[in-house]
Design a protein around this ligand. Structure first.
Ligand code: GUN
Length: 163
């Protein structure tokens, strides 16, 4: 567990994420979720949920903020940055946060709060913890002997950019 003492600046940045969640939801962009990415207390980028307006099921607030921050900083590696999100990240966003190597996550509403207003965040955490055959979406493995070839080529690629 993390025994962090919350500072006023952190609350202020989280308030921006919450304001975004509300403003953009009222404006009709999508669900009530907002996110801010900061570095050393400075706001780098913001994001809000645009799933229904952009016809993009991956356009969650956190993913949108990560995409924007990576454009601003011209990098795929956000180490040194922190994300403030108005709701605990769903498994997709949590993975994106790990892939982006963010240093810290601040969240406000919980996955249970999201479930209470009809979102699948809590369900998805349960789903990915299950064995593959027990999941709701049938998941079938095939052609693994062919697919391993590019993996082996990647392992041996001398000029690869690892991430
Ligand atoms: N944290 C989070 N949970 C969601 N559930 C559905 N959309 C979102 C989103 O944008 N952010």
């Amino acid at each position: 567990m993390c025994d962090h003492v919350v500072h006023e600046q952190e609350k202020q940045i989280m308030r921006q994420a919450i304001e975004f969640s509300r403003e953009k939801m009222i404006a009709g962009f999508g669900g009530p979720f907002g996110a801010v990415i900061s570095r050393n207390g400075e706001v780098i980028a913001t994001g809000f949920n645009q799933v229904t307006s952009a016809n993009d099921p991956t356009a969650h607030a956190e993913v949108s903020a990560i995409r924007a921050a990576c454009q601003v900083l011209n990098t795929f590696d956000l180490s040194g940055c922190e994300i403030y999100t108005s709701c605990e990240p769903c498994p997709m966003c949590l993975s994106a946060i790990y892939w982006a190597r963010l240093d810290r996550i601040y969240y406000a509403n919980s996955r249970q709060d999201a479930a209470d207003i009809g979102f699948d965040d809590a369900f998805l955490y349960e789903e990915i913890a299950k064995d593959i055959p027990d999941r709701q979406i049938p998941t079938i493995r095939l052609l693994e002997k062919e697919a391993i070839l590019p993996f082996n080529e990647w392992r041996a690629k001398p000029d690869k950019i690892a991430y």
